[in-house]
Design a protein around this ligand. Structure first.
Ligand code: XMP
Length: 514
């Protein structure tokens, strides 16, 4: 049988992941893949999933630009239904010999689509629909074998279909909430046109993850690093259910963890019935990071030291596989696909050295977004307070200290972090920001403490709302809370003279500062 899947070709559009998410919300598996994926690679994915259709995302380029992203044309002839959205819509029209022109007026925002033929992807839609547009180029003309389904004032071919093949295009964005009946359009494509069976479910497939991991490791044994975060803990529960005694779980104390973290993790492992080995390695990590200021270098050093520490333990137990709690956004942002840009090297992906001594690295959660991991974790029986723990980056406080790192700086940022958490956590779980933390800046600032001049450190505090960490908005924390945090940080940490609040969204910033 297998699970049905839709592939989303990523042409760099800001809503690309939203398309993937919307499909998954309909219980159909979807994967965002690079725009230059080959038909062979698609067939390879087809060995694991029933690939039932392809969506081409939007993108910022114009098809006329010299280096604009182009897909392998053969994909249109694989017999799979294809839906082009925005840039994808223009690209298909161009490939099939339609006419794409620079629009006189760029359209951005709400528009009204006049549906001339409510068929195919537009089945069930009214004569006039509120849609969300964001484009410069426009399809002006179609070849004989294609027909127009809808238009807008500035766009004569706002939606089309091929007369014989299952190929569709839509200029507006069905995936954003501003397009009122956008989900209906995606439903039509996924279910009516591609014939997908809504059988995929991140949490329902818990058993599947366990079986898959057991198969991957076979007769071998494995080691997993638990950091206490939901990703590595969920991966550890899956691994321990799959491998039992053949799994060694270790917690490596890098010296870059949050306050009380080692004690908490020990208690957490006990609750999960995981036999956890604690390894004190702070000297090794801090020595390796001495004098390093570059964030990417820090991440790579930490990734390397983690793997070296795992290898050392694996030598004792004979573990052949390294299991990691890598999730989907880690892979995307580490630029694992050929064309995507490297936003940052997540320690457990790009930060891994190439000369590892393991037979393989196994990543049971590699295809899931954070909120899906959380649902799965609940299904695996993990307690709520563990599942909704603050995300904490693998490189730990190292990426929350700007510039070089030493024990003193770690102590300051750790204390600031603890104060921030304590104050935010006075509100109920549901009302808290998605993530909140403190950052120690590499700058000094004048202050006045006890009637005398003080020249001390600056702490930036950050709190964001997000669903899956790919995008985030800064939290509108009440001023009273911010004031309490700032007062406590400056009075309880004598070295700090100033606290600032980060009001940047992602994009353009990332969540962490490094
Ligand atoms: P950014 O800073 O990329 O962070 O917007 C997105 C989310 O990922 C966390 N993060 C990491 N998690 N290893 C991890 O396991 C890493 O190297 C890493 N870097 C960032 C970050 O805290 C946020 O939740």
């Amino acid at each position: 049988m297998g699970t049905d899947a839709i592939l989303v070709l990523d042409f760099g559009g800001q809503y690309c992941h939203l398309i993937g998410r919307r499909i998954r919300e309909k219980n159909v598996y979807s994967e965002v893949v690079p725009f230059d994926i080959s038909p062979e690679e698609i067939r390879k994915i087809g060995k694991e999933f029933n690939v039932k259709g392809i969506v081409l995302s939007g993108g910022p380029a114009s098809i006329y630009e010299k280096n604009s992203p182009k897909m392998d044309k053969q994909i249109l002839g694989m017999g799979l239904p294809v839906l082009g959205i925005c840039y994808g819509h223009q690209l298909i029209a161009d490939y099939l010999k339609g006419k794409v022109v620079r629009a006189e007026k760029k359209e951005y925002g709400y528009s009204t689509a006049l549906i001339s033929n409510p068929a195919g992807i537009l089945k069930g839609l009214g004569k006039r629909e509120t849609v969300w547009m964001s484009h410069g180029d426009t399809v002006a003309d179609l070849p004989e074998n294609m027909e127009v389904l809808a238009s807008t004032e500035n766009c004569p071919v706002a939606a089309y279909r091929h007369k014989t093949a299952k190929i569709f295009g839509v200029q507006w964005h069905p995936e954003v909430v501003h397009t009122k009946n956008g989900m209906k359009i995606l439903d039509n494509f996924i279910f009516d046109i591609c014939g997908c069976n809504p059988s995929w479910n991140a949490e329902e497939s818990a058993g599947g993850y366990i079986d898959k991991l057991r198969k991957e490791v076979g007769n071998g044994s494995a080691i997993i690093g638990m950091s206490g975060g939901v990703d590595s803990s969920a991966a550890a529960v899956i691994a321990s259910k799959a491998l039992g005694e053949k799994l060694t779980a270790v917690f490596i104390d890098t010296g870059l963890m949050r306050e009380n973290e080692p004690v908490m993790i020990k208690a957490m492992a006990q609750k999960l019935k995981i036999n956890l080995l604690q390894i004190e390695a702070s000297k090794t990590f801090l020595d390796a990071l001495k004098g390093i200021r570059d964030p990417e270098e820090k991440r790579k050093i930490i990734g390397r030291e983690f793997v070296r520490a795992f290898e050392k333990e694996a030598e004792k137990t004979g573990a052949m596989y390294l299991i990691q709690g890598t999730i989907y956004p880690d892979r995307i942002e580490s630029g694992q696909s050929k064309k995507a840009s490297v936003i940052k090297t997540h320690h457990n992906v790009g930060g891994i050295p190439t000369d590892i001594k393991f037979k393989g690295v196994v990543e049971p959660l590699r295809d899931l977004y954070k909120d899906e991991v959380r649902k799965l974790a609940i299904k695996l029986g993990m307690p709520k307070e563990m599942v909704y723990r603050q995300p904490f980056p693998g490189p730990g406080l190292a990426v929350r200290i700007m510039g070089s790192i030493d024990r003193e700086k770690v102590r300051i940022v750790r204390k600031a972090e603890a104060i921030m958490s304590e104050e935010v956590e006075k509100t109920p779980l549901e009302e808290r920001p998605w993530q909140y933390f403190a950052v120690l800046l590499d700058t000094k600032s004048t202050g006045v403490k006890g009637d005398s001049r003080a020249y001390g450190n600056v702490i930036a505090i950050r709190a964001v709302e997000s669903r899956e960490a790919m995008t985030a908005n800064f939290s509108k924390i009440p001023y009273e809370t911010l004031e309490r945090i700032s007062t406590r940080i400056t009075s309880e940490i004598p070295e700090v003279t100033r606290v600032v609040y980060d009001i940047t969204n992602k994009p353009p910033a990332t969540i962490e500062w490094e």
